[in-house]
Design a protein around this ligand. Structure first.
Ligand code: ATR
Length: 281
């Protein structure tokens, strides 16, 4: 999606993928900085590690506790204009600093609003998963003033810790561990169940029927329709997969790096062609 966007805007930029072992993340960021890259995206398992490895955390990364986007920027003192006037005659190298951002959290809110036309304020939700993605999603949704969040996770203690954090940071939001006793507006899957063919649904339908939710959002976008989304559709729920979130986190990163509005339609088409092999709309 980024290369399509660069082409659409006539930018001579390239987006490349690199496989980096976690223990080499600091060296990889330093290397990209030394090579004067414009920026980086980070994915699992680097988003939490990068919090301690960037030079500056922008507000979004501070609030959501994870970095998925880095922008390398010249700090004021090291701008090229300083070169000629440097005392002693040796030009100082430009100071470049790695600034960490989080574009995932807002992207979830944008995508859920866009794909499911759901009013988050006052909504009741069941969240499946309390790993990295699940915690970030729960906290970001709490910040939208949802009314109630029910948290279900295979490891119950993680859901309990998350509920406690929600209560501490967002006191008006009711957070409870376990399946909801009544109907909800949205079920959101943030577990990794559904990524692999044959994975069971992350929802125990004996404990909570899909007939009791209006909509289901799955952060997984490949496969396009997980077993959970398939079952939800069969039960008449509105459904959406995580492609919209992927698109919007990328669009925001594009704007951070280039300072230009992201060509959303171009990026969406590129994603759909790359991931599904065709345009879906
Ligand atoms: P991510 O950063 O993608 O969230 P993660 O932090 O490893 O990755 O979280 C994966 C999530 O999927 C967790 O909620 C995990 O449950 P645990 O906290 O109990 O590990 C959930 N998950 C993974 N495999 C699962 C399985 N087989 N059954 C149920 N939940 C599973």
């Amino acid at each position: 999606m980024h290369n399509a966007a660069f082409a659409a805007l006539g930018l001579d930029w390239r987006y490349l993928a690199f496989e980096v072992e976690p223990q080499n993340l600091g060296a990889a960021i330093a290397g990209a900085k030394a090579m004067q890259f414009a920026g980086l995206n980070l994915t699992v398992p680097h988003k939490l590690l990068a919090v301690d490895l960037v030079d500056v955390l922008e507000a979004s990364a501070k609030i959501w506790g994870a970095v998925n986007t880095i922008k390398f920027e010249r700090s004021a003192g090291g701008s090229p204009a300083n070169f000629s006037g440097h005392a002693g005659g040796t030009p100082a190298p430009p100071e470049i600093r790695a600034v960490g951002y989080n574009t995932d959290a807002d992207a979830l809110v944008t995508a859920v609003g866009e794909d499911l036309q759901l009013e988050l304020r006052g909504a009741r939700m069941l969240l499946l998963g309390a790993g990295g993605a699940g915690c970030a999603a729960a906290l970001r949704l709490a910040a939208e003033n949802v009314a109630e969040l029910f948290l279900v996770n295979r490891t119950r203690s993680k859901a309990e810790a998350l509920a406690a954090e929600i209560k501490r940071r967002f006191p008006p939001v009711r957070a409870a561990v376990g399946y909801p006793p009544a109907a909800v507006d949205l079920v959101l899957n943030a577990t990794s169940l559904g990524l692999r063919p044959g994975d069971p649904s992350p929802l125990d339908e004996k404990q909570f029927s899909l007939k009791r939710t209006r909509a289901v959002y799955d952060l997984i976008y490949n496969p396009a329709e997980t077993a959970l989304l398939q079952a939800a559709r069969a039960n008449g729920c509105q459904t959406a997969n995580g492609l919209g979130m992927l698109l919007h986190q990328g669009a925001k990163a594009f704007e951070i790096w280039t300072g230009k509005p992201a060509p959303l339609d171009v990026m969406r088409r590129a994603l759909e062609q790359t991931i599904y092999g065709h345009d879906r709309k």
